[in-house]
Design a protein around this ligand. Structure first.
Ligand SMILES: Nc1nc2c(c(=O)[nH]1)N[C@H]1C(S)=C(S)[C@@H](COP(=O)(O)OP(=O)(O)OC[C@H]3O[C@@H](n4cnc5c(=O)[nH]c(N)nc54)[C@H](O)[C@@H]3O)O[C@H]1N2
Ligand SMILES: Nc1nc2c(c(=O)[nH]1)N[C@H]1C(S)=C(S)[C@@H](COP(=O)(O)OP(=O)(O)OC[C@H]3O[C@@H](n4cnc5c(=O)[nH]c(N)nc54)[C@H](O)[C@@H]3O)O[C@H]1N2
Ligand code: SF4
Ligand SMILES: [Mo]
Length: 587
């Protein structure tokens, strides 16, 4: 059967994000949600195995019946299984076709593989042994209040964390995604080095840091990727390293909301704080975003269900609309759900703009799969709002249209601002992915995908972005910090990572560990060290330290790497090879 394969978040996949060494993670990322009528046609039922095939490869998934999908579309959670069959084309934006992949599905007797088995086949190594946890402080119990959650862009800062015996024992107020990060024990305690026989041996921090510095200084086209999972302070040091070695530094935005930033660069950003939404919004729209599974407290802290200064009766004072290709869990609690055809967003935004300009009569009966009358209703709702808040997800940035979808959404919001007050906020993913854009823009002039090889910052999404650089096989060394390409980048990128020197700096075992020549564990920002994060609305929040692990921080490890590299390059800037003092004279 020919199908459209689309991927995204589930709550169960999110709960496993910090347990990637365990079977439960692979179990959740190997699911395939299928309309029950399609399953009937395939002769399969719940729990049977399905083979998804694309031009890139094939992978086995577990059939999970789901009424939320229309026939002909299957949904898979993001993770190693989804990316094993995804090509690395980004259509000039840096973001792969995560939401739009054509392929076929058949029933199979083959069984699903684990995430690690997929990475081993792509050229990586097996999962290293994870030591039995031991915290530095044996004391406790201690209760710490007003803790900020280092998981998603909501950056909820009302958590109550209890610590005892050097470990977190309970987390109050967090959603299950946040709690699981605090409670995870899938952590390394000392750096590990992979030898030629693919086995791991422990090494000292000084040795690991020296290895990383030499690897980066020796590379011709190094890529420094990730940064969304670490502090703004660490990001600033990373940018200095990239400048010093003439490397490319990119952050998770390029594969995520980078296209939102491209739309904002073209059309501006009519944004506001989440506090303004909480106190004022009477119309809230989630478009291509499913916060119940990806930002679980967004509705209860900032939008629909919270009481605000001018919205004293919470959800009774607000209308919630969801626009998606699936009947998501967020759609199920919305006042109105508008189902759109995959890739239909651009046309629908244009139609809404036309209606608000008074040209409804020029529209066809159905646009992007939505009846014209429904759009007239939505346009009226928005125009008559006292304060409208449009939240855009990666259903817009990773589907056809990419940044032009977001640009059109901004132009719709501009149009609405001739009648009322309306704002647009991208539903930023990681707790500090917004911080990467703040620090990168402040220090280099560009928000992500910054190439220092010319000696001056150069930015061109689709060229200087991680998936493109790895997909073209161009990077000859990679530093991975605060991201997990092993789980989240298309197969072609990982196959290349397996062939080049790779350093991973991460408190947790990740699937990228599979490609690491060396993995340096660090203190986790927001758990065992402090740091600054930027919420999705660009409000900076100080992350707390709730326990001591005795591990060095990202800032400390990166500072030492920078120091060692500067020692090798006395001017502290990238000197083009032909001009460097060591280079042979040009004949
Ligand atoms: N559980 C969990 N939570 C997470 C994460 C995680 O891995 N797991 N990751 C974090 C990150 S990095 C991010 S960026 C956020 C992302 O958070 P969301 O933006 O909510 O991410 P997704 O679930 O990938 O996609 C959102 C929706 O887009 C819809 N969609 C697909 N194609 C189209 C289309 O053509 N048009 C429209 N209108 N919609 C479409 C999908 O059906 C899906 O419901 O989540 C963060 N939170
Ligand atoms: N098929 C498919 N694939 C997708 C997507 C999709 O929708 N479908 N979505 C894409 C998107 S939007 C994104 S953003 C990416 C997900 O982006 P990734 O960045 O790959 O997501 P995570 O797996 O959460 O990785 C975060 C990493 O940071 C580490 N970390 C946590 N705290 C710290 C810290 O204090 N210091 C350091 N150094 N590291 C830390 C974690 O252990 C983890 O390894 O996936 C992309 N891939
Ligand atoms: S909504 Fe996001 S920031 Fe808030 S507790 Fe859940 S994961 Fe943490
Ligand atoms: Mo993301």
């Amino acid at each position: 059967m020919h199908v459209l394969i689309t991927s995204g978040r589930t709550i169960a996949q999110g709960r496993q994000l910090y347990y990637k060494d365990m079977p439960g993670y692979s179990y959740e990322t190997a699911r395939c949600f299928v309309n029950p009528f399609d399953l009937l046609e395939l002769g399969a039922s719940a729990g049977d195995y399905l083979l998804l095939s694309t031009g890139t490869g094939e992978e086995v998934f577990v059939a999970t019946p789901c009424d939320d999908l229309v026939s002909g579309t299957v949904f898979i959670p993001c993770g190693p299984h989804a990316n094993a069959i995804l090509h690395a084309t980004t259509r000039g934006t840096g973001a792969p076709d995560y939401k739009w992949l054509e392929g076929t599905v058949t029933r199979t007797d083959l069984s699903p593989r684990s995430g690690w088995a997929i990475l081993i086949e792509e050229g990586g190594g097996a999962c290293p042994p994870v030591p039995v946890p031991c915290g530095e402080d044996g004391g406790g119990p201690v209760t710490i209040r007003d803790v900020a959650c280092p998981l998603c862009g909501c950056l909820c800062d009302d958590l109550v964390v209890k610590v005892e015996g050097g470990a977190v024992t309970s987390v109050d107020n967090a959603c299950s995604l946040g709690s699981e990060k605090f409670l995870s024990q899938s952590r390394l305690r000392s750096p590990i080095l992979r030898d030629d026989n693919q086995s791991w041996s422990p090494i000292g921090f000084a040795e690991g840091i020296r290895y990383a510095a030499e690897m980066l200084a020796d590379a011709e086209r190094p890529l420094l990727f990730g940064w969304s999972g670490t502090s703004a302070e660490a990001q600033c040091i990373g940018i200095q390293i990239a400048e010093t070695i003439g490397g490319v530094i990119d952050n998770c935005s390029s594969i995520c909301h980078g296209p939102s930033i491209m739309g904002i660069q073209e059309a501006g950003h009519p944004g506001c704080t989440l506090g303004a939404v909480k106190n004022r919004a009477d119309v809230v729209i989630y478009w291509g975003s499913n916060p119940i599974e990806s930002h679980p407290r967004h509705l209860s802290r900032y939008t629909t269900f919270v009481n605000g200064k001018y919205r004293e009766n919470g959800h009774h004072d607000r209308t919630l609309v969801v626009v998606d290709i699936r009947m998501t869990d967020t759609a199920k609690i919305a006042d109105e759900f508008i189902r759109i055809k995959p890739g239909g967003d651009y046309a629908v935004f244009s139609a809404l703009r036309a209606i608000i300009r008074g040209h409804a009569d020029t529209l066809p009966a159905s646009i992007g799969g939505v009846p014209r009358e429904r759009l007239i209703w939505l346009a009226d709702l928005c125009r008559n709002a006292r304060f409208g808040a449009l939240f855009t997800g990666i259903g817009l940035t990773q589907s056809r249209g990419r940044y032009k979808n977001v640009r059109n959404a901004i132009q719709l919001v501009d149009e609405l601002n001739r009648h009322t007050k309306f704002t647009l906020t991208p539903m930023r993913g990681h707790w500090n992915v917004n911080g990467t854009n703040q620090t990168f823009s402040f220090l280099t002039g560009y928000p992500y995908g910054v190439d220092f090889s010319r000696g001056t910052p150069y930015y061109n999404p689709g060229e200087t972005t991680a998936v493109d650089l790895l997909g073209r096989g161009e990077a000859d060394a990679c530093l991975i910090i605060g991201a997990d390409p092993g789980a989240h980048l298309p197969r072609r990128c990982n196959e290349h990572l397996a062939t080049i020197p790779t350093i991973v700096i991460d408190p947790f075992v990740s699937l990228s560990t599979s490609f690491a020549d060396i993995h340096i564990p660090v203190a986790c920002v927001g758990i065992d060290c402090e740091g600054t994060g930027y919420r999705m609305d660009s409000v900076p929040i100080r992350m707390k330290k709730v326990l001591s692990s005795g591990l060095p921080t990202d800032e400390e490890v990166l500072s030492q790497i920078l120091h060692l590299i500067q020692g090798r390059r006395p001017y502290g800037v990238n000197v083009p090879k032909a001009l460097s003092p060591e280079a042979p004279p040009v004949a």
